[in-house]
Design a protein around this ligand. Structure first.
Ligand code: HEM
Length: 220
């Protein structure tokens, strides 16, 4: 049995799973609204609208809680990579996912308290939570309260660019979610290890892990 480290505090786990549930509801209701068809709706239009609006507001509120939790706990630091040598580390991690993993090579980076994400996770989580989710939430709130939306964007009506942006970011984040779930199955000894960690908060470090470490000092 290896050493256990606590890397997902309770507030983060509550945010994460509420956010994941909200995403699922938003995707299903959002697809139903986007491809609305009176004759064969996935979900009746009005029901989908109500689910989407309430869940969207819920997601925005817990997102603010997530930001506050991140800044108070210092968890935000985990998301910011050291730029020196970043490209090389990203290539190493990508090569592992598309080649090394199929050859049974060891994971190039390992989880520690100071650095729980590999370089690819850092870059994707950073852009997802600090850029794309902000775009999604702000464009969604403008669609919910059109009176506060910009009146004109590039001399066009302000609403439809918001709708296009909202749908485009939502499609992108849906793809992120699929990739995120797939990649989460790859990081442990058994496919559900990471899911269990995100439920309990604890991560177990294998005895031999740090010997094979390419790691951790990203600044090398
Ligand atoms: C059913 C859907 C989802 C599942 C099963 C899932 C699963 C997981 C798992 C197992 C982890 C821990 C491993 C890791 O750090 O990569 C994790 C972390 C994370 N997930 Fe998800 N996820 C889901 C949806 C989402 C969504 C929709 C987002 C954001 C839009 C998201 C953002 C994150 C972030 C930012 C972390 C790292 C949190 C931290 O440690 O600070 N996840 N997820």
């Amino acid at each position: 049995m290896g050493k256990k480290i606590y890397i997902y505090p309770l507030w983060l786990r509550i945010w994460h799973w509420s956010n994941a549930l909200a995403f699922l509801l938003l995707i299903v209701s959002g697809i139903s609204l986007h491809y609305a068809n009176i004759n064969s709706p996935l979900i009746p239009f009005n029901t989908a609208r109500i689910i989407h609006n309430i869940t969207g507001v819920f997601l925005s509120i817990i997102y603010i809680g997530y930001l506050i939790g991140n800044f108070i706990s210092g968890n935000w630091r985990q998301y910011f990579p050291v730029f020196k040598g970043l490209l090389k580390r990203l290539i190493i991690q990508t090569r592992f996912y598309i080649y090394g993993i199929f050859k049974g090579e060891p994971h190039p980076y390992h989880v520690s308290e100071e650095q729980k994400f590999n370089p690819l996770q850092q870059i994707t989580y950073l852009s997802v939570v600090y850029f794309f989710m902000i775009l999604l939430i702000v464009s969604g709130l403008f669609l919910l309260f059109p009176a506060i939306a910009p009146h004109k964007i590039f001399n066009m009506g302000g609403i439809w660019p918001m709708a296009v942006l909202h749908a485009a970011v939502a499609f992108f984040l849906s793809i992120f979610m699929v990739a995120h779930i797939y990649l989460a199955t790859l990081s442990g000894k058994i496919w559900w290890e990471d899911f269990k960690n995100m439920v309990t908060g604890w991560h177990e470090i294998e005895d031999n892990e740090h010997e094979q470490d390419n790691n951790q000092n990203n600044n090398k």
